[in-house]
Design a protein. Structure first.
Length: 264
């Protein structure tokens, strides 16, 4: 018998043989882990997907996160999008619906007094759209027959409000009011009487009433519509009477200053 034994391949030889076998194999080396996650797949978006993005953009406008120019630009891009990868950037910088973004510290006045946010400012509008419908926060009708009515101060304007003045007058002041919805409707019926509606600057006003020997009058311009501001639609009938829409800034509440105490 021969004492010769087969020699063990050297490490370099074994590695070279392994490389040759892997190169010869069409499948190549087996993967060591899951592939890295890449960008969104080029899957086709449906009409429902586009509508969901459009609804989120509308909510962002109501919340004051987007102005009208940004909204129109993204709206056009949403309807032209064909894939998820094109839709995703349109809402990437918007928080989830119902999420609350961190609030910046409110500016403080000398003496540690916090300055309140003005009632008609851009930052205040999203907080004043309280949601709900119907007669949320108060009655949905006010009637004045040879008398008068007032709705003013801190109150909630319902989604639809009916105002009737017969040989009388009514006043609806929205400068400090909250709104049940972003669009509210005031239906006025003035017969030999008058109704006055006061809105703060920045609110969108749409007057559609009909006057018969009377009229619906809007002399003041509310100016440019502020982002997130509500829309007030005034409709109804004025017969030998009138409905007037005025624009006035919110009332400035004066803060009484305390006199320093004299030391004894």
């Amino acid at each position: 018998m021969s004492d010769e034994r087969p020699e063990k391949p050297l490490p370099e030889k074994a590695l070279s043989e392994k490389a040759v076998s892997e190169q010869a194999s069409p499948a190549g080396p087996s993967p060591q882990g899951p592939p890295a996650e890449g960008p969104l797949p080029a899957l086709r978006a449906s009409d429902a997907d586009r509508e969901r993005v459009v609804d989120r953009l509308r909510d962002a406008v109501a919340e004051g996160r987007l102005d009208m120019d940004e909204f129109e630009e993204r709206l056009d891009a949403a309807y032209r999008s064909r894939t998820y990868a094109e839709l995703e950037p349109l809402t990437r910088d918007l928080p989830a619906l119902g999420a609350t973004a961190p609030l910046a510290a409110a500016p403080t006045a000398p003496g540690g007094l916090t300055k309140a946010v003005p009632a008609g400012s851009d930052a205040a509008w999203p907080a004043r759209i309280v949601g709900g419908g119907g007669a949320a926060g108060g009655p949905a009708m006010a009637v004045a027959v040879m008398s008068g009515f007032q709705r003013k101060g801190n109150w909630t304007m319902p989604a639809r409000f009916h105002a009737v003045a017969f040989w009388g007058g009514g006043e609806i002041d929205l400068r400090e009011a909250n709104f049940a919805q972003r669009e509210v409707v005031i239906n006025c019926v003035a017969i030999m009487g008058g109704i006055q509606i006061t809105v703060p600057p920045g609110v969108e006003v749409d007057v559609r009433g009909i006057g018969v020997m009377g009229g619906f009058d809007q002399r003041d311009s509310p100016g440019p519509v502020e982002p997130g501001a509500p829309r007030v639609v005034v409709t109804g009938l004025a017969f030998w009477g009138g409905v007037e829409v005025k624009v006035k800034p919110p009332k400035q509440r004066s803060v009484s200053k305390q006199k320093p105490r004299k030391e004894l």
